[in-house]
Design a protein. Sequence first.
Length: 131
Amino acid sequence: STLRLVDGQYIQEDLANAGLKGLADAKAMFEDDPNVVLKGAATAGLSSRKFEAALTRAIEGILRARSGAAVPESEVKRYRKTYGPRVGDSEATALYKLEALQQDLQGILTGTENVVPDYQLPANPSQVTFP
């Protein structure tokens, strides 16, 4: 879809949808072959490069939807560690990470993403309470 510059909400939705598409591709590859993560570390084969590209699209989608701008590579790498399966992860852990990414992308679309509200810190930080 095309990014619409009229309203930030539409742009955010387009980015989240692009992220969901990348995630769907990555999940399908992972479900076909859970070892695609290992192959990426060992051989950098074609299937692993496709998986990494799809996962990167998903991660960039959520980052750009959240920030509204391009993000530095260091932030993409940090999110990759959070959301992306890594060598040593069990299949269950890998799927959990992909599901978490999907939930967060869908949360952007529905407006239910877990967002930490801006709190006014009291003079004594030990008095901070969260709802």
